[in-house]
Each structure stands twice: as structure tokens, then as C-alpha cells.
Design a protein around this ligand. Structure first.
Ligand code: AMP
Ligand code: ZN
Length: 437
């Protein structure tokens, strides 16, 4: 296989040079971090007060982890390390209610992000001859604009189609000869079943590749999409706190995701002891971002479970590879690509007076898409045979949830005291989705 590199010198840099580059960049990040109110305070406690206090990569370990809660506590500008006037864009984590986690970008940050994205896209063999249809949410979610900018940087013809509306997606694919798409794996499966339903023949499309990410999926699911659509599927990993997509991506070898170590310092820690684990062992991914000036984040606990794959990749890139993300070390659910914490659902439904004391969150599959069902008890004052107020309540719960978590759940109402009560710790989430499709 002939491999192509967007930035060969960086992508194939010997590890010792790559590590020196990380130290140089880390010093710069420390210099900037001290300008943000959050890190000014936090770093003062660690004895790291100037970039010169960083001598080796090990010195990073003197800095405590940063958590999602820290980011929330720092809302809105606690992590900002440049002046407000220098900020040109913000993004926020998907599906959050209450205090969002917001990330700011300078003009240069956007350029760097686009260049990392271009590197990912190019590493899968795409060129400017490709037509790229970005079938993912644009907006606060980073997947839309992130991929968009990277694909333009490569020089592909970009169709910013956004997600949903398969009939329109097929029209665009046929009209412009789309060769590459980006979507969540569940949307790709949905596209395939709609193809059959709408009588779109595979031959009428020019599809060759897809980038799939934003939610966990198995190797079997990848293979299934590849076979059904007759394309190559590449795993794409990122998170808004670390810019969004462009953190780690599969190359043409499709055997793990290269994490770009000139942009990110990655560690794998045991989620219980928080100690670093040896290469090859799985644990929680912790990342320090080196490629953003506006919002530095040091040692961020991603909560994503993965590990470093030992040994080099045949593609010649020296940046280490991560295993496919296996899940999370917290209770965050990813439903059709949208992040939801059970506590967010609880917050919304418990604020509604007619809702009783017990509830259950169920996630299963409807066809290939995820389906969220929220079952709640009603207060004893509500009569189960009086359908009008019950229907009104159902609709109220559905609408309130849709506004806050951006998903449209099914709502089921149950008589007071009728939902199962678990002994001990309440089990309120039932994830019935098969692990392997
Ligand atoms: P967001 O900040 O909304 O972009 O969501 C980021 C989260 O989505 C990550 O922390 C992961 O839990 C999940 N995620 C993103 N890409 C993948 C992927 N390729 N495989 C598994 N999970 C992913
Ligand atoms: Zn590779």
C-alpha cells in the first residue's frame, strides 16, 4: 500500500524528536495557562510557576487532573487565556443542560485545528479529487465545522449537508458524485437501510470511504457497514474539550487510531488509582492539548476507556495508536451521537410536579438507530384511567426533555409505586442496545 502524508516530517518524526517537540510546546502551554484565572490558581499550588519549571514530560505529572466539573465551575471565561477580543469562535459539548462546557478558539487555533483534521482525512487516502458530504450536525457540536474545515484544507469539494433527511442526502450524493462521507456509525447503518427502502441503488452512488465517530462502535459494526455499503470505514475520535474531531484517527491500516502527539500529550491511567498504566493496558485516556492557545486544558480526564497499542504501525507514522474506545469510566450515555448524563434527565423530570418518585431510563434500538424511553411514575393524585391529563403530562415531559437534551424520547407513564425498586443502589438506566450489531 502506498501511504500519503499531509505533513511527513511531523507524522514520521522519530520519537525522541517528537518528545522534545512536546516539551517545547508544553512550556508554551504552561506560559499561556498561567494567564487563565483557573490555572493561575491551580498551578500556583504545584510549584510550576514558569515554563522553566518544566524540564521533562514527567514534570507534567505534578499538575492535578482537570475534570469536566472544573470546566463547568470555570464557566464562562475561567479557562480563557487570551483577551476576549482575540476569540473568534466557541463550541460546546453536545447535549449538556445547565452549565455547558465551552471551548474558545483564536484565529490561529482554528487554523491549527483545520490542519490536524486535514492530516486525518489525508491519511485515509483522500485527495482534492474527492467529494465530501458531511452528514453530521453543524452548530455548537464540533463534528460539523471541524471536518468541514479539514476537508476544505485538503481541497475536497465539501457538501455541508448536515445530518438527517436521507432522501436529500441521496440526492446530493447522486447529483455531485459524493465519494466520502462523515457520520455517526448508527447514521451510516440508517442510511443503508433507507437506501433499500427508497430504492436507491448502490451503483448510482460513487461512495468509497466513510469517517465514523462521535460514539462507540465495535469492529463488527465497522465491518458490517463496510460490507453493506462496499466502502472503507475509518474510526474518528475526538471530544469538544480537545477541539473536537482531529485528536485521533485511523490511517489506511485500520488497526488503531493515531493520536497526534505534536498536538496532544496522551496518558492512560487506571480510573481507580489514577496512576499511569503500562503500554498495552487499558485505562482512562487523559489528554493535555498543545495546539490551542485560547483555552488551554492540562491533563483532562476524558473518561474514555482505551489504551496504547504496542509496536509501530506499518504506515510509518510514529505517533502512537489507541485501541477503539471501549466505553466510559463514568455514566455518560451516548444516544444517537448525543451525550447525555442520566442526571440531566432526572433533573428535568423531577422538576415536573405531576411526576412521581420513581423513574427508569431505557435505551434500545429501533432499526439501527438508538431509541430513548423515559418511564416515570405519576403522583398518587393522578388517576390512570383519566387519559386527557395523562396525555398532556406525557407531552409536557417529552417536550421539556427534547428542549434540554436535544433528543426526542418516548415517554411512558406508570402508576405510583409500580416501577421496580431495586434493593440497594437504584438502577435507573437500562441500556439494552446490543454491544455488537
Ligand atoms: P463531544 O464532546 O460531544 O464531541 O463528545 C465526545 C465524546 O464522544 C468522547 O469523549 C467519547 O466518549 C465519544 N466519542 C467520540 N468519538 C468516538 C469514537 N470514535 N468512538 C467512541 N466514542 C467516541
Ligand atoms: Zn498507521
Amino acid at each position: 500500500m502506498a501511504f500519503q502524508y499531509w505533513n511527513e516530517a511531523i507524522e514520521t518524526m522519530p520519537r525522541s524528536e517528537l518528545e522534545s517537540l512536546q516539551i517545547t510546546k508544553l512550556k508554551e502551554v504552561i506560559r499561556r495557562s498561567i494567564r487563565s484565572p483557573f490555572y493561575k490558581k491551580r498551578l500556583a499550588k504545584t510549584g510550576i510557576n514558569t515554563p522553566d519549571d518544566i524540564k521533562t514530560l514527567n514534570d507534567l505529572k505534578r499538575i492535578p487532573f482537570t475534570t469536566k466539573q472544573d470546566l463547568r465551575d470555570g464557566f464562562p471565561y475561567g479557562f480563557l487565556s487570551i483577551s476576549r477580543e482575540e476569540v473568534v469562535r466557541l463550541h460546546a459539548s453536545s447535549g449538556t443542560t445547565g452549565t455547558p462546557t465551552t471551548i474558545y478558539f483564536s484565529r490561529d487555533d482554528l487554523k491549527q485545528w483545520a490542519s490536524f483534521m486535514a492530516r486525518c482525512i489525508y491519511s485515509t487516502g483522500c485527495t482534492k479529487a474527492d467529494v465530501f458530504q458531511n452528514m453530521i450536525n453543524y452548530g455548537l457540536f464540533t463534528g460539523g465545522l471541524g471536518f468541514h474545515a479539514g476537508a476544505e484544507e485538503v481541497g475536497m469539494l465539501v457538501i455541508p449537508s448536515g445530518s438527517g433527511n436521507t432522501a436529500r442526502q441521496f440526492r446530493l450524493m447522486q447529483d455531485f458524485g459524493t465519494t466520502v462521507v462523515h457520520a455517526t456509525p448508527s447514521f451510516l447503518l440508517h442510511v443503508e437501510s433507507k437506501m433499500k427502502e427508497e430504492g436507491v441503488s448502490r451503483k448510482s452512488l460513487c461512495l468509497k470511504r466513510a469517517f465514523a465517530g462521535a460514539e462507540p462502535y465495535s469492529e463488527d459494526t465497522r465491518r458490517r457497514i463496510e460490507e453493506l455499503l462496499g466502502i472503507d470505514v475509518y474510526n474518528s475520535y475526538g471530544l469538544s474539550e480537545m477541539n473536537g474531531p482531529g485528536v485521533a484517527f485511523e490511517c489506511q491500516c485500520k488497526n488503531g487510531l493515531h493520536i497526534w502527539e505534536d498536538g496532544y500529550i496522551a496518558e492512560i491511567v487506571d480510573p481507580e488509582t489514577l496512576e499511569n498504566v503500562p503500554e498495552g493496558t487499558r485505562g482512562e485516556l487523559v489528554i493535555t492539548i498543545l495546539c490551542r492557545e485560547a483555552t488551554p486544558i492540562l491533563r483532562y480526564r476524558t473518561r474514555d476507556l482505551t489504551g496504547f497499542i504496542p509496536g509501530p504501525c506499518p504506515c510509518g507514522r510514529t505517533h502512537r495508536r489507541l485501541y477503539r474506545i471501549a466505553g466510559r469510566s463514568d455514566d455518560m450515555l451516548i444516544i444517537n451521537g448525543v451525550n447525555v448524563f442520566p442526571s440531566q434527565i432526572e433533573e428535568v423530570i423531577m422538576a415536573i410536579q405531576e411526576v412521581g418518585n420513581n423513574y427508569l431510563i431505557e435505551i434500545d434500538k429501533e432499526g439501527v438507530l438508538d431509541r430513548l424511553t423515559v418511564k416515570t411514575e405519576v403522583t398518587p393524585a393522578m388517576f390512570m384511567d383519566d387519559t386527557r391529563p395523562l396525555n398532556a403530562l406525557k407531552e409536557k415531559i417529552r417536550r421539556t426533555l427534547q428542549t434540554s437534551i436535544t433528543l426526542n424520547p418516548r415517554v411512558e407513564l406508570h402508576e405510583s409505586g409500580s416501577l421496580p425498586v431495586s434493593e440497594g443502589k437504584a438502577v435507573r438506566v437500562k441500556d439494552l442496545r446490543p454491544r455488537d450489531l
